[in-house]
Design a protein around this ligand. Structure first.
Ligand SMILES: Nc1ncnc2c1ncn2[C@@H]1O[C@H](COP(=O)(O)OP(=O)(O)O)[C@@H](O)[C@H]1O
Ligand SMILES: [Mg+2]
Length: 291
């Protein structure tokens, strides 16, 4: 029976969230011996596994170099999805500038590099969001009012001092009403979508723990959202050489249509419990790679 390891983090060693269990069970139903494995556990024999699926390695953000080195190592021993080059691309939001250069509609974004001026970005006079380029689960993400220059610059400086490039974007207020749309695709084909409620409360501090609690409901994406997600996936596929096994494209409502907030190809929540058949479609894509 082929073995599939669902790579997870020490904080969730048993992968015991609904989504992890659902996927494990659908993989087992397809005759695959699926179970969790902690990515940085030195005891795991990766070469004894037929396929490793990166699932809930949410703790990579402060150890990205170690995480990518692990991915390279494992990919040399067995099949790893998504592959190391994809993991490297998606875990650093510098890719947003690349997508914008390619003509895709992206949330307006400016990056301040370490050594740069914490106030030296174009969004200081409007309500804006400050976040590290390497981030997950809304950690270290701060919403700042136009009048909160000191708070904003202080947070940018703290991140820069820790050697972390910083992404600054205007706060897109339509998210408060409309929410964010996450489009999930397997092998480049859209599977389902959800609505995610706004996460950043005005005046609130930083997220504690691994990730922010999310308010999720099923959603049919609009034609414009479907179109932007497909164009993003086409770009990623052309740029990285193959369609990712799984992908999540997060979109925020802009004044003239959907704008790309994030392209999650490493450890996304795939909201498998929110759409009929979604977990089985992913299990089928995994089984296909083992054929
Ligand atoms: N520019 C923005 N405008 C409005 N909300 C934002 C913006 N940037 C981030 N957010 C909110 O913060 C959350 C986390 O930001 P995101 O860019 O997705 O980072 P992460 O990689 O940590 O998930 C989003 O789901 C959204 O609710
Ligand atoms: Mg996000």
């Amino acid at each position: 029976m082929p073995r599939v390891a669902l790579a997870t983090s020490r904080e969730v060693p048993g992968l015991l969230d609904d989504e992890g269990l659902l996927l494990r069970d659908r993989l087992r139903a397809r005759g695959l011996d699926a179970g969790p494995a902690v990515w940085d556990d030195p005891e795991v024999a990766w070469d004894a596994v037929d396929l490793v699926l990166v699932r809930s390695t949410w703790d990579y953000a402060l150890r990205r170099t170690a995480f990518l080195a692990w991915a390279d190592e494992v990919a040399g021993r067995t099949r790893l999805y998504n592959p190391p080059a994809v993991l490297a691309w998606t875990t650093d939001k510098h890719y947003l500038l690349e997508l914008a250069d390619a003509g895709l509609p992206v949330v307006p974004s400016a990056i301040v590099e370490p050594g740069g001026d914490p106030d030296g970005h174009p969004f200081r006079a409007v309500e804006h969001v400050v976040k590290p380029c390497v981030s997950a689960g809304s950690k270290d993400t701060l919403r700042c009012g136009a009048d909160e220059t000191a708070r904003s610059a202080g947070h940018v400086r703290r991140l820069l001092d820790a050697g972390r490039p910083v992404l600054v974007q205007p706060y897109l207020p339509a998210v408060d009403e409309v929410g964010e749309t996450a489009v999930v695709a397997f092998d480049g084909v859209a599977s389902h979508a959800v609505r995610k409620g706004a996460l950043l409360t005005r005046g609130a501090g930083l997220v504690d723990g691994l990730f922010a609690a999310e308010d999720i409901t099923a959603r049919d994406p609009s034609p414009a959202e479907t179109d932007v997600a497909a164009r993003v996936l086409d770009h990623v596929t052309a740029h990285l050489g193959a369609a990712p096994l799984y992908a999540r494209v997060d979109l925020l409502p802009g004044a003239d249509g959907p704008l790309v907030l994030e392209v999650e190809l490493a450890e996304p929540s795939l909201f498998l419990g929110h759409a009929e058949g979604a977990a089985d479609r992913l299990a089928a894509a995994v089984a296909q790679r083992l054929r």
